[in-house]
Design a protein. Structure first.
Length: 89
């Protein structure tokens, strides 16, 4: 709530830069583009630099835990986040 009130009042919050990953799952045949755009807006507001995204779509046909491509990408990005975190210390 505080963050929302500060944005409305035009208060400039200096948030620490963070690195993050967008992980998106969903069933059906809709496009993920609108959700990705909204997530990027949220990332900008909370000062997150995206290092990548993982999409596991059509989960109505194939569960996310069986999507080996997405699981491999999650592992890859987790390792990258760990390396970036080590570099900051």
């Amino acid at each position: 709530m505080i963050f929302k009130r500060c944005i409305r009042r035009g208060v400039d919050l200096e948030l620490k830069e963070k690195k993050g990953v967008l992980i998106l799952t969903g069933g059906g045949d809709g496009s993920p583009n609108d959700v990705i755009k909204r997530a990027n807006i949220i990332f900008r507001h909370i000062n997150v630099k995206s290092i990548g995204k993982v999409l596991s779509l059509n989960t109505n046909k194939k569960p996310a835990n069986q999507d080996t491509k997405a699981l491999n990408r999650v592992k890859e990005l987790a390792l990258k986040l760990n390396e970036l975190n080590k570099a900051n210390y």
